[in-house]
Design a protein around this ligand. Structure first.
Ligand SMILES: [Zn+2]
Length: 95
């Protein structure tokens, strides 16, 4: 193998490696996009469930122990964990 062939091989290997890394990156990016989309879907499902829970649970509100910077989250149901604030749930639209 002469110098020129060797350098051609190095370039070819480098390109192969670069191509496979680009492919790998594209696959990872696709996975991330899928997870973000799925997460958003699940957040919407969660909101729907919380809204239904707010109107179905026979709440037992207790003072929330967590640090709370305003009154919106002062009381929480010890069964369903909804806050004692209808406005947090009544404006949810079903997904
Ligand atoms: Zn409840």
């Amino acid at each position: 193998m002469n110098i020129s062939q060797e350098s051609d091989n190095i370039i070819e290997n480098y390109e192969k490696n670069t191509d496979s890394l680009i492919n790998e990156l594209n696959i990872v990016n696709s996975e991330i996009q899928y997870i973000i989309k799925r997460r958003n879907q699940l957040e919407n499902v969660k909101k729907d469930i919380e809204r239904d829970l707010y109107y179905t649970c026979n709440h037992e509100f207790i003072l929330d122990n967590k640090d709370c910077y305003d009154d919106i989250c002062k009381y929480i149901c010890k069964k369903c964990k909804c806050y004692e604030n209808e406005y947090m749930y009544k404006n949810y639209t079903y997904s």
